[in-house]
Design a protein around this ligand. Structure first.
Ligand code: NAP
Length: 351
């Protein structure tokens, strides 16, 4: 803005001066012209300054991160902010409480680096199951990073029962804990909530959607589909609803990057060798976890790399210390040789 204003005043004034000179026939007339035109010159200078400032600001990619208070979403947000002027970042959170928590977390990191605080105005509260606030949240955005998800929450009674059977009765098969949903079932959050986001993105002219999904979407009997209860009283089918939303995203015609991570770890990023695959082939390996920070890194990179446009892939890592740390994320996606996940392999679990 400062540079724009400076250049605007300099060139705006210059333009006004030369415009004035070309219309004034004599030196006296020149003086007369300038004494009569200060407001016109000032307006011209300010208009030029504004134009240059706007041109300068448009260089930054405007990105909205949803699920931004979540564990992966907040890392995406941190990495975007850390990248500096390249991105202008907004965060969408489910509740004002989540927003406060996020701002505290962001500011602890930013202030420790001597950076300015994360602006309150850059955090929007909206439940993605309702379309109301989504349009204004996406207004003016170039890209959207979706990190919202239904969150399974174990039922306390079932945990106690499980522990009792396992540790006191020492049963060989203690069963497993039961789950409920912290903020709504997958049909609402992962299907309707994501569909609402994609519809709002189309309406707002957003160009690129990066979506964090999950590995396991080709497997009918994947354990994750069986946890929690669905709206129809059957299983939660979280992977199936996520997959349905991915297909919808692809059909919108928006540029997309769909990332299916394996088990997520709260560990430092950029410490491991990453690997990509399609159609859950990586699930055949014993180890398929990945730090959330690496998932976030791939999402942020995807925003600016052509190689990640219209791609859907699985993402995991090797164990820490195994292999060479992945530095080149374009080379990582190149290793797929153009392969993408095949949505024809989606089991029909939900209508
Ligand atoms: P997370 O911490 O569970 O965050 C999910 C976010 O979604 C939360 O911030 C939550 O908001 C938000 N959210 C939920 N319902 C919402 C609604 N109705 N409106 C607006 N926001 C809503 O996420 P994560 O564990 O980092 O996982 C990121 C993604 O990876 C998810 O899609 C997950 O399924 C997938 N994944 C997870 C694993 C794993 O091992 N956990 C493995 C593979 C893939 P609040 O903070 O306000 O509750």
């Amino acid at each position: 803005l400062g540079l724009g204003l400076g250049l605007g005043l300099r060139f705006g004034l210059g333009i006004s001066l030369s415009a004035g000179l070309s219309e004034s026939p004599t030196p006296q007339a020149e003086l007369y012209f300038f004494s009569l035109q200060p407001y016109a010159m000032m307006r011209l200078a300010l208009a030029a300054a504004l134009l240059l400032a706007l041109l300068g600001a448009s260089d930054a990619l405007k990105v909205l991160v949803t699920g931004a208070a979540g564990r992966t979403g907040s890392l995406v947000l941190q990495q975007l902010v850390k990248a500096g002027d390249q991105f202008e970042t907004k965060a969408l959170v489910r509740t004002e409480k989540s927003g406060k928590k996020l701002r505290r977390k962001m500011n602890r990191r930013l202030l420790s680096r001597g950076d300015p605080k994360f602006s309150k105005e850059a955090i929007v509260s909206a439940d993605v199951t309702s379309t109301e606030a989504l349009a204004s949240a996406m207004d003016g955005c170039d890209a959207l990073v979706v990190c919202t998800s239904a969150v399974p929450k174990p039922k306390m009674r079932s945990i106690l029962k499980f522990m009792w059977k396992k540790m006191v009765l020492r049963k060989a098969d203690p069963g497993r804990p039961e789950f409920t949903w912290a903020s709504g079932p997958p049909e609402d959050v992962d299907w309707t909530g994501q569909k609402n986001q994609f519809d709002a993105a189309v309406a707002a002219g957003v160009k690129h959607v990066v979506l964090v999904g999950s590995m396991g979407g080709t497997q009918k009997d994947n354990f994750l589909n069986s946890i929690g209860e669905g709206k129809d009283g059957g299983p939660g089918n979280i992977l199936a609803w996520k997959r349905k939303a991915e297909k919808y995203l692809i059909e919108t015609g928006l540029t997309y990057t769909i990332v299916h991570p394996g088990g997520l770890l709260n560990e430092k990023g950029q410490q491991r060798q990453l690997r990509v695959g399609v159609d859950d082939e990586l699930l055949a390996d014993a180890y398929r976890s990945i730090p959330r920070a690496d998932v976030a890194r791939v999402c942020v990179h995807a925003l600016t790399s052509d190689k990640y446009r219209n791609r859907s892939f699985d993402l995991a890592s090797f164990k820490a210390g195994e292999g060479a740390v992945t530095e080149e994320l374009d080379a990582l996606i190149d290793s797929l040789e153009g392969k993408n996940c095949d949505y024809g392999k989606t089991p029909e679990l939900v209508a």
